[in-house]
Design a protein. Structure first.
Length: 158
C-alpha cells in the first residue's frame, strides 16, 4: 500500500525532492479514508454511521423511488410501488468476518394496480456514495427479470 501511495502522490520530476503531485491532491482525502477502512476497521464507524432499521422512511423511499425510476427508464412494465409496509428484519450481519454490516429485511409492497407483492431488501453499511453512509439493494418477487438476485430474490432472502 505504501509503494502504491508513493507512486501515486510523489512527483519525482522535481529536483530530487519528494512533493505531492498537483494532479492527485483532490483524491488524497478519499485514499486516506479508504486506508483507514482497510487498516483500521474500527475507525470506519465514525464515517459510516449506524444502519437504519428496516421500516425507516429513508430506506423505504429509496426502494420506492429506485424501483419506479427503473421501471420508467428500463423495464416499461407499468408496475409502480405506492408504498411499502409490514417490514421485518430477517437477519443482521450474517457474515461475522466481514467489515460491512448488513441488515436483511422483507416487506409488503403496495402496487399501483392494487395488488401486494413481497419485497426483499438489504441495507449495507459503507455502501452509500463513495463509501459513506448506507446503501440499499432490493428485489421484488417476479420483477427480477435478469435474475440479478437469483431466482425469486434468493440472494436477499437470508
Amino acid at each position: 500500500m505504501i509503494k502504491f501511495l508513493q507512486h501515486l502522490y510523489i512527483n519525482r520530476r522535481n529536483t530530487g525532492q519528494a512533493s505531492f503531485s498537483p494532479h492527485y491532491r483532490g483524491t488524497l482525502p478519499i485514499v486516506m479514508i479508504a486506508m483507514m477502512n482497510i487498516v483500521i476497521p474500527e475507525a470506519n464507524a465514525q464515517f459510516l454511521g449506524t444502519l437504519p432499521p428496516c421500516g425507516e422512511a429513508k430506506v423505504l423511499d429509496k426502494i420506492v423511488s429506485g424501483f419506479n425510476k427503473t421501471d420508467e427508464e428500463l423495464w416499461y412494465s407499468g408496475d409502480r410501488i405506492i408504498s411499502i409496509g409490514n417490514t421485518t428484519e430477517k437477519n443482521y450481519n450474517i457474515y461475522p468476518d466481514s467489515q460491512i454490516n448488513r441488515r436483511y429485511c422483507a416487506g409488503r409492497a403496495n402496487m399501483a394496480d392494487g395488488k401486494y407483492r413481497r419485497v426483499h431488501f438489504l441495507i449495507e453499511q459503507g455502501m452509500g456514495l463513495i463509501g459513506f453512509g448506507w446503501g440499499v439493494e432490493y428485489c421484488l418477487k417476479g420483477s427480477d427479470l435478469w435474475h440479478a438476485y437469483g431466482g425469486w430474490c434468493r440472494v436477499l432472502r437470508k
